[in-house]
Design a protein around this ligand. Structure first.
Ligand code: FES
Length: 169
């Protein structure tokens, strides 16, 4: 075997090695792509089987013991859109959801004539929830409230307290 043949054989062997490397790379790439596709399909099937539901927070919820609410207090219940107002003649739960487009109202402490103000379009309400001004079309509802057997105060936001009667405690 002469030198030229040896070089040609060496180049051919080197070319085959490169081809083997490419084939190996393509096989790995294909296997990885298929594996990722399979995992994606499994995840999507799982999501399809699980209902895509927005869970609403319960309408009936405990707000704690009476001692938590001293006379004259106004307590916003975070995440519930409700304020608990305790006065000498009773306690009540009032909605903090604006009757215009549903923004969360801010309790007003520094104006005796205004109880709540809407940060969205400027509606204002008295402490009892009556509309004072702005685009809000209706007064704020009061919700039914009761004390359960354990002594905890419970707000039932599914029932509007039409008479606006305070829970006497
Ligand atoms: S949402 Fe309150 S005034 Fe518009």
């Amino acid at each position: 075997m002469n030198c030229e043949n040896s070089a040609a054989l060496s180049a051919k062997a080197s070319g085959e090695a490169v081809n083997e490397d490419r084939r190996g790379f393509v096989k790995k790439l294909t296997a990885t792509t298929l594996a990722l596709g399979f995992v994606g399909a499994v995840v999507e099937c799982g999501r399809f089987l699980k209902p895509n539901v927005l869970y609403e927070s319960p309408k009936v919820f405990k707000v704690g013991e009476l001692e938590k609410y001293p006379f004259g207090s106004r307590t916003v219940i975070e995440g519930k859109g409700v304020e608990i107002v305790r006065e000498k003649d009773g306690i009540h739960a009032i909605s903090l959801v604006c009757t215009h487009l549903g923004c969360l109202l801010k309790p007003v402490d520094n104006d005796p004539g205004v109880g709540y103000a809407c940060p969205c379009h400027g509606s204002t309400f008295t402490l009892k929830g009556e509309v004072l001004g702005g685009p809000a079309p209706k007064d704020l509802p009061w919700y039914e409230m009761y004390m359960d057997q354990t002594g905890a105060l419970v707000v039932d936001a599914s029932k509007v307290n039409q008479k606006r009667s305070k829970l006497v405690v």
